[in-house]
Design a binder for this molecule. Sequence first.
Ligand code: HAM
Length: 420
Amino acid sequence: METRAIRGFNDILPDQVKRWQHIEERARTIFEIHGYSEIRTPVVEFTDIFARSIGTTTDIVEKEMYTFTDRDGSSITLRPEGTAGVVRSFIEHNMYAKSPISKLYYMGMMFRHERPQKGRYRGFYQIGAELFGPKEPLADAEIIIMLWRYFEAIGISPFLRPEISSLGDENCRPLFKRELVKFFKPKRNELCEDCQKRLEQNPLRIFDCKKERCKEIAEKAPSILDNLCDECKEHFDLVKESLEKIGTPFVLNPRIVRGLDYYTRTVFEVTTEELGAQNAVGAGGRYDALVEELGGPPTPAVGFALGMERMLLLHEKMFPDGFKKEADAFIAHIGSEARNRAFLLAYELRKNGAFIDLDYEDKSLKSQLKRADKLGVKYTIIIGEEELRRGVLKVRDMRKSLEEEMSLEDVKKLAIKLKI
Ligand code: HAM
């Protein structure tokens, strides 16, 4: 028997793990400063949790789930995504009763029986966040802003295109679907077999078809953004306004459908042209009805999930020369007293989470700066006799070649900022 991993499942070897850890660590930092806490839910749930959340006529539920019969006869499924399990846990642990708002994030392996290719696997990792409680458009905006902040922090935002739309709610979406049926019905015979089925089940999914002829026909179909009810339109306008205020980029794409059925109102997808067919790096949206559908009290919610492997492919593209985070700042010292001071300072700053390096022997300032340069640090903190005497620190911005004197307190604040 051949010794190999199952098709579509990958090992992440030690020389790749540094990059993975970096991407995960940045997510933790950024999400936590937005008030999110980590949740870890099981990789397996009762099948019904996924079928009811994601929708029984979706590709995921119809074709892609790893479903087994447990020894007691119950049907269980390896999670194809994170939201359903988090919602289940939110309800089971009465989180809604403990606080009006819950902000949760997760990282972990998901399972979908898709045809494997670059960027698409059967076992893959997602990083996701879910916000329960607020119905306000500010919440949708904040989550998109956080997402973009994260992409900037890991350096892949130049490859990305954030697209947003609204899918309306239980009032306007059914009317829009009827509009779509009216539009597609006369062209039914020109649509592919799948789309003919979609026309019966969910005409919105026709927008997802990759076939040229279907795409051509769908191009002229009415836009959901012109068919939103007043409440949904106002909600969407406020989301856009808040994004504009912060300067978070977005483009409108009224053809976003999503492969999961739980969405209401705002939806978004972050796409790239760098990964061929697997162009979605992350996606999400509002799902105001799901908590109630799974047995909880009515609780609006909004969230997203990002494909870890796809982010990593982009990260490798952006930083091809291998990735090893060496340090955020370097402390250079002149004289033995300064060296002892530098040693203590390094300890202080590391306590604040900054990644600090320094030399242990007395070298010339020039050679220490050379090393700092090689490490690629953003800042070098210089302690000389003069600085010691005056109780200040000199901070050199290595990229801009600017020097500034700072107090120890200011340097600590800078160190905290460096983490993000
Ligand atoms: P999704 O669009 O199904 O949404 O997946 C999110 C991301 O997971 C995709 O954009 C993609 O980057 C990655 N992904 C999906 N399938 C694969 C695969 N086979 N191989 C590699 N990467 C993949 C969700 O899962 C929702 N739960 C998002 C969400 C959270 N909505 C609200 N909250």
